[in-house]
Design a binder for this molecule. Structure first.
Ligand code: 13P
Length: 304
């Protein structure tokens, strides 16, 4: 029998069409990958294994290559694909990165999809840089995720008060800008800002409990109706469940989760890596079955 291997682009489109969500899990420490994939396998759930640039710079994932090598050992194509998360053009410390080289290298290494994050740039510059990456990635048939709007939290300074952020909608993705952005860049998926925030990653704040975020569902609905492409929700840890469930029906086809599985690992990793891995596994089972209610999703996603 020929091994059927739909690309991540096809899979996310199918999730979008059915109103189900594909979770992506960040791997800031290499031993986290095994329990993440084991939980996906045991629950027959489809998910993405992800690494972001900041996770090999500020955490211990190693490099894009070490993550790729570990993934090759553990992958199961029924349940997993490999995704390159946040490659910022300007990073959380306000430094310019060599984003184009990083993304080219990821494609050569065999990553199944990539993200370019131009969200700290002006709209024009974000369009220009994203378009370049889309052209590059599409040559190899690799789908691209881009970001428009400000999903805060990775920066080391204090966050503006959450209630103020949510009430004013400051930094939210504008549906009109999104329309222009998608038309001019041809990005496959768009990460949106609708009240979601990232878990803190600065050394001083990374062990803190994340505040419970809400989502502006009517705003999401407007974006979804305007651009009609799969949308991505970053900052997936600690969002109220009723908001999550609604968002999956309004275009969110991929959700990124890092803090929820990183913190239990960090708590135990210095005493026992094995116990830290089991803590990740247990959290994964809870996320899949109770928080996202997507246990068994692989069957639905591969049905066509
Ligand atoms: P959390 O840390 O809030 O789960 O966000 C993860 C994320 O969006 C990574 O891209």
């Amino acid at each position: 029998m020929i091994m059927h291997k739909p690309g991540t682009g096809t899979i996310i489109k199918e999730a979008f069409r059915q109103g189900i969500v594909v979770p992506g899990f960040n791997i800031p420490y290499l031993p986290m990958m095994e329990p993440v994939i084991r939980a996906l396998y045991d629950t027959e759930t489809f998910g993405l294994i992800m690494v972001a640039r900041l996770e090999w710079i500020k955490f211990k994932s190693g490099s894009m290559k070490t993550i790729r090598d570990e993934y090759e050992k553990l992958k199961d194509l029924k349940f997993t694909r490999l995704h390159l998360d946040h490659v910022p053009v300007i990073d959380e410390d306000n430094l310019l990165t060599d984003f184009e080289n990083i993304i080219s290298e990821a494609i050569e290494l065999g990553y199944d999809s990539v993200m370019i994050d131009g969200s700290r740039l002006s709209l024009e510059e974000n369009i220009e840089k994203t378009r370049r990456i889309v052209e590059l990635a599409h040559k190899s048939d690799i789908p691209v995720e881009a970001e428009l709007g400000a999903v805060l939290g990775h920066e080391s300074g204090p966050l503006p008060p959450y209630e103020e952020l949510f009430a004013t909608g400051k930094g939210f993705t504008s549906p009109d800008e999104a329309k222009r952005f998608v038309l001019e860049t041809r990005t496959d998926w768009l990460s949106v800002a609708i009240g979601n925030i990232h878990g803190a990653i600065s050394v001083a704040a990374r062990t803190e409990k994340k505040i419970e975020a809400r989502l502006a569902i009517p705003h999401l609905k407007k974006i979804n109706e305007t651009i009609n492409i799969p949308l991505v929700l970053h900052g997936g840890t600690g969002i109220g469940k009723e908001y999550l469930m609604k968002s999956f029906k309004e275009g969110i086809a991929k959700i990124n989760i890092a803090t929820a599985i990183r913190q239990p690992f960090e708590k135990l990793m210095n005493s026992s890596v094995k116990e830290a891995q089991e803590a990740v596994y247990n959290e994964m089972i809870d996320i899949i079955n109770n928080q996202l209610e997507i246990g068994g999703s692989a069957k639905l996603i591969h049905q066509n």
